[in-house]
Design a protein. Structure first.
Length: 265
């Protein structure tokens, strides 16, 4: 992993926000003053001692709570697959402010990085990587102690609820993971741990259950049911349904409707 830029006790002008950007690297901040930051639902307030970890591709935009104030923060821009892997092993909330216990949380790390960057003695890059690793592990530990591990469960439940409500959508793993705030690999790992099946397997089961209900209780055609359940083609739907249930969709519908009619007589 590599630190591209960094700042410690960085002062901003009164009322000034940072420039709004979408970066291809991670932005890690810890704030010494109250602040506002951009989220999917608009600007949200943060407190002194809060951290903010913005993943690549997200909008980075934060500033003071009023035009009469300024804000101070410690920050670093980090790139590299190693950092992504580090966050997958030691996850923290992404894209929203969360407390880390102290306004000085990142200071020691960034000052050490600055010392190493100035002198650049043998092995300085490994020392910098170690500083970043230590800081993120400590951030993860604080989140666990404060119960932020429950956040992952709630995020997964939100994704699952959306799958249940909208099985017709052509969901991708990237879209599901984006809703959870985790990388695709971390999202899939957490999902399997919680539900004992992969997100794709879950989505197929949701679609199949909906298809069975529609075949039982509606007069929709097999083509219409395939579309409502998110299958791209009637051929794939019919093939998968028969493999899973043992009979073709049309036959399943006739059998179930016949049973229902027999019970009503």
């Amino acid at each position: 992993m590599k630190v591209l830029y960094y700042g410690c006790d960085f002062p901003h002008e009164k009322g000034a926000f940072c420039d709004k950007h979408v970066y291809d690297f991670y932005v890690v901040c810890c704030f010494s003053t109250p602040f506002l930051h951009e989220t999917e639902k608009g600007l949200k307030a943060g407190n002194p001692g809060d951290a903010l970890v913005m993943p690549p591709g997200s909008v980075v935009y934060h500033g003071p709570v009023s035009e009469e104030e300024c804000f101070y923060n410690d920050w670093m821009y980090v790139s590299g697959e190693d950092f992504t892997a580090l966050l997958e092993e030691y996850p923290v909330p992404l894209g929203k402010a969360f407390p880390v216990g102290s306004v000085n949380f990142l200071k020691k790390c960034i000052r050490k990085i600055d010392d190493e960057m100035v002198v650049k003695q043998i092995g300085y890059e490994k020392i910098i990587s170690g500083c970043i690793t230590e800081a993120m592990i400590e951030m993860h530990r604080f989140c666990v102690r404060q119960g932020y591990g429950e956040t992952a469960a709630r995020q997964l439940e939100t994704v699952r609820e959306l799958l249940l409500r909208h099985p017709e959508r052509q969901w991708t793993l990237e879209e599901m993971a984006g809703l959870s705030g985790y990388s695709v690999s971390r999202f899939c790992t957490l999902y399997v741990q919680k539900y004992n099946r992969s997100p794709k397997a879950e989505l197929l089961e949701i679609r199949m259950e909906l298809a069975r209900q529609l075949l039982r209780y509606t007069e929709l055609s097999v083509t219409e049911i395939a579309e409502r359940c998110g299958f791209k083609s009637i051929y794939y739907f019919s093939k998968y349904f028969k493999q899973t249930v043992g009979v073709a969709p049309s036959e399943y519908g006739r059998e179930k409707k016949s049973c229902i009619a027999g019970k009503m007589e």
